[in-house]
Every structure is written in C-alpha cells, then in structure tokens.
Design a protein around this ligand. Structure first.
Ligand SMILES: [Zn+2]
Length: 318
C-alpha cells in the first residue's frame, strides 16, 4: 500500500520523495510506503489539457512517479542489507578507494560505493564489457537521499533511477536487476524496459576511471560541438556538447582540462564530463528528444545562443 501526499518542502529542486513505512516481518520487504509530490514542482500538470504522452513535461512526471514507486519497492540503501541475495560475507554495498591523477598531474583519492548484488554485478560487467567491474556505482553527489540511493549519473547517463530528472529516463535491465536481487519480486520481460545505451561496451576505463579524451574518446563523447546541434551520445535526442568556463577552479577530481576552470556544460551532476546530451530547447523549455513524434526532423534551430542551454538541475530525492 502506498500513501500519497503533497507537502511543500524547503529544497527548491526537490520534485518528489518516497519512503517505506512498514516492512514484512519475515522478509523485510516493504509493506507500506509513502510518496510525497512537491506541489510547486507539479503545478504545470493542472494546465495540461492535452496529456500528450510524448510531451517532455508529461513524460517527466510519469518518470518521477515510476522512480518514486521503485524506491518504495526497495531501491533504497537502508533496505539493501535485507535483500535475499545478500550474505554476511558479501554485503550489498561495498566502498572502494581509488587513486587517480587529474589533467594537471595532481594525485587524488576518491571513495566510490558500488552495489555488488549478483544480477546487478552481472549486468554491469556485460553492459560495459568489463569483467573487472566491482558492481554498479552509486551516486556520490547531492544531498541526503540523493547520494548513495541512485545509480551514478556520470556512469549510467540515462536511466530511471538517477538522482536527477531527465526528459528521457528509461527503466532498464540495470534497475530490474536490482529488483530481482531483492528476492522480493519476479521480474517479467516487457516492452517498457528499454536498453541502457550510455557507456554500452565502452570498457573498464570508461566505467571506472575519470572521464577524459582517452577514456571517453568515443562517438558522441568528448567531442566539442559548440553551437552545432547533433545526435546525443545515446541517440535519444538532439543535443550539444560544450565546454564552459566556470567562475572558479573546479574541485580536483573534476579538472579534466588543462585549465582548471574548464568543464563540460553538463555540470556537477555529470562530474563535468563532456558528452553530447539533449540540451537544445525550444521556446517552451522542452528538449528535443527523438521519441517526441510531434516534431519534424529539422525542427530545431542552428543559431542557438548560450542562453538557450540549460542544465539538468531538478533533484529527485529518495
Ligand atoms: Zn530517487
């Protein structure tokens, strides 16, 4: 049972949140949960007379609901120790310390958290084509509820269970693998499950090392298109790939360029990593996604100014 509420919250970027309320006595599977929709974030919904399922805003609302429901079902770091696939010797989440060198030759250490349950581990090994994957990396940025409770955006790119809303947020085999690993659900094949495209077969360096012109040197990644729109890295839409000069020097681990103030327009959500993402927007603020059949193929401008760019910014908290 899920209780739905609509309370305002203080975080201006929060869209919705979910929390389990009670667990089953035998398996610890969630029995009841609560989903809160932040009223101001859903104001546009009341004006939508034409609920065109391909409209970006409508699709985002649908994704947010599915996202929160997935948290309610058990996609939650607090519940991970109770997954049936977890043993004392092999916990659900592991932390690994990595040492890297940034573009300026500076050594630094970072801790990364990975989900290493069996189906998730098998999925990411196959997805990236990397047997050395320790698991699926969890988000390390964002506030309480975002970090540690979502797939890492800079590694998985486009997926339902990232901590940030997107115009296209497909449910993929990665999230289903986690639901399978809970042991609480049977997962069926469905046409609604989409392939995870970001990083597909890009190897261990792409998935595990910091992004750079060598680790991310693939079509659609690490190419600067500036104001010429082109296919996004995942082919989900029309996008841009730009390097911005930020007002201050970026933190050590995000210095991917010679100049420490340079970073991709994708911003902190994607570790300032450079890839072509659907950020070309029209007058209504909607991005150009390929699955939006209401648009003509050439219906995007070629003289776009920087004011027409935007970052993915809205946060979904758990
Ligand atoms: Zn979430």
């Amino acid at each position: 049972m899920v209780y739905i509420t609509a309370h305002p919250v203080s975080d201006p970027y929060e869209l919705a949140s979910a929390i389990h309320c009670t667990l089953r006595g035998d398996t610890n599977a969630p029995l009841t949960a609560m989903i809160n929709y932040v009223p101001s974030a859903f104001a546009a919904l009341s004006n939508m007379v034409d609920n065109n399922e391909y409209h970006e805003q409508w699709r985002t609302y649908q994704s947010v609901s599915l996202h929160e429901m997935t948290h309610a079902l058990g996609f939650n770091a607090y519940l991970a120790p109770y997954f049936e696939s977890v043993t004392l010797e092999r916990p659900a989440i592991i932390t690994k310390n990595h040492e890297f060198v940034n573009s300026k030759g500076k050594h630094y250490k970072v801790n990364k958290q990975y989900i290493q349950t069996p189906n998730v581990l098998a999925y990411v090994k196959d997805h990236f084509g990397c047997d050395a994957m320790p698991g699926a990396e969890l988000e390390d940025i964002g506030g309480l509820g975002t970090a540690g409770n979502h797939w890492k955006a800079a590694v998985f790119g486009e997926e339902l269970m990232l901590g940030y809303s997107q115009g296209y947020a497909p449910i993929t085999g990665l999230t289903l693998a986690l639901l399978k690993d809970t042991g609480w659900y049977t997962v069926h094949e469905s046409k609604d499950v989409k392939p995870l495209v970001f990083g597909l077969k890009k190897g261990c360096d792409f998935a595990l090392k910091p992004c750079s012109d060598t680790t991310w040197g693939f079509d659609g990644y690490w190419e600067i298109t500036n104001s010429k729109p082109g296919c996004s890295a995942t082919r989900s839409g029309v996008g841009l790939s730009q390097v911005w000069v930020y007002p201050t020097v970026l933190p050590t681990q995000y210095q991917h360029f010679e100049d420490g103030t340079w970073g991709a327009q994708n911003g902190p959500v994607f570790d300032y990593c450079l890839f072509n993402s659907p950020e070309v927007v029209d007058n209504s603020g909607s991005s150009y996604y390929c699955l939006d059949t209401s648009r003509k193929p050439n219906q995007y401008g070629t003289n776009l100014s920087s004011t027409e760019m935007r970052q993915y910014s809205s946060t979904i908290q758990s």
